[in-house]
Design a protein around this ligand. Structure first.
Ligand code: KIV
Length: 254
C-alpha cells in the first residue's frame, strides 16, 4: 500500500461491537490500544493497564475481526525488564488473543527486543514521537520532535526500528514536516496520529473521533460524531419518559 500510495486506515477497538463495525466498514488495521487504560478504565495515563487486561479485551475484539490486521499494544513494563520477559509477554498476547502483531513504544532502546521478537516469529509495529508510556520521562503531552536534536533522533530511531524488523511505525504528535521526512527515509509504512498528511496511513482513538471523550479535543482529532452529547440526551429523555409514565407505551408492552 505504501508503494502504490494507497493510504492505510487504522482505528482502535476494545470491545466486540465496535470491532465488528470497524471490520465491516473495511478498516485496514484494528489496534487494541493501551489507550484503553484512559478511555475504558478511566486512568489519567496509560501506565496502569496490565497484560491480562489487554488480553481480555483483545480476545473479545478478535471474535469480530474478519479482514482487518489486528495489532495489540504491549503495556508499560511488559517488554522492558529483559528479553525473556518480553518474549513471554508478547508470546502470551499472540497465543491467547489470536492477534496478528504487537505494538511497542520506543526506538533505539528497544531495538534488541524488536529483533528478538521478530526472530521468534512475532511481528512488531513500532511507535515513535509522543509515546504516552514515557510520560514520566517527558513530563507533558506536548508535540515531540520540534527541536533539531530530538527530530534527528526520531529519524534515527525510525531507521533502527526498520532495520530491527518492524513492519510499520506509528508516529504520534510530531510536526508534519518531520513525519514527511521519516516516511520518506524508510520503506515500511508510517501510521500518523497528529503527524500530518504525509504519513502512509492514519490512526485515531475511536472514542475520540466518535466524540465520546468530550473533554479531550486536541486539534489532530477530527470528530465525526458528537456521541457524548447524543448519549447524554438519550439518557435524559429515557429518564424523563419513565418519570412522566410515557414509557413503556401499550405498543411496548405485552
Ligand atoms: O493506545 C493507542 O490508542 C495508541 C494510539 C496510537 C492510537 O497507541
Amino acid at each position: 500500500m505504501k508503494k502504490s500510495g494507497e493510504k492505510i486506515t487504522a482505528l482502535t477497538a476494545y470491545d466486540y461491537l465496535i470491532a465488528r463495525y470497524l471490520d465491516e466498514a473495511g478498516i485496514d488495521i484494528i489496534l487494541v490500544g493501551d489507550s484503553l487504560a484512559n478511555v475504558v478504565q478511566g486512568n489519567p495515563t496509560t501506565l496502569a493497564v496490565t497484560v491480562d487486561e489487554m488480553i481480555y479485551h483483545s480476545k473479545i475484539v478478535k471474535k469480530a475481526v474478519r479482514t482487518a490486521l489486528m495489532v495489540v499494544d504491549m503495556p508499560f513494563m511488559s517488554y522492558h525488564v529483559d528479553l525473556q520477559e518480553a518474549v513471554r509477554n508478547c508470546g502470551r498476547v499472540m497465543k491467547e488473543t489470536g492477534c496478528d502483531a504487537v505494538k511497542l513504544e520506543g526506538g533505539e532502546r528497544i531495538a534488541e527486543t524488536v529483533k528478538h521478537l521478530v526472530k521468534v516469529g512475532i511481528p512488531v509495529m513500532g511507535h515513535l514521537g509522543l509515546t504516552p508510556q514515557s510520560i514520566n520521562i517527558f513530563g507533558t503531552y506536548v508535540t515531540r520532535g520540534t527541536e533539531k536534536k530530538e527530530a534527528a533522533q526520531i529519524i534515527k530511531d525510525a531507521k533502527i526500528l526498520e532495520q530491527s524488523g518492524c513492519f510499520a511505525i506509528v508516529l504520534e504528535k510530531i510536526p508534519a514536516s518531520l513525519a514527511k521526512k521519516v516516511s520518506g527515509s524508510i520503506k515500511i509504512p508510517t501510521i500518523g496520529i497528529g503527524a500530518g498528511i504525509n504519513c502512509d496511513g492514519q490512526v485515531l482513538v475511536t472514542y475520540d473521533m466518535l466524540g465520546l471523550t468530550e473533554e479531550f479535543s486536541p486539534r489532530f482529532v477530527r470528530k465525526y460524531l458528537n456521541l457524548a452529547g447524543e448519549i447524554k440526551d438519550a439518557f435524559g429523555r429515557y429518564i424523563k419518559d419513565i418519570k412522566e409514565k410515557s414509557f413503556p407505551s401499550k405498543k411496548e408492552s405485552y
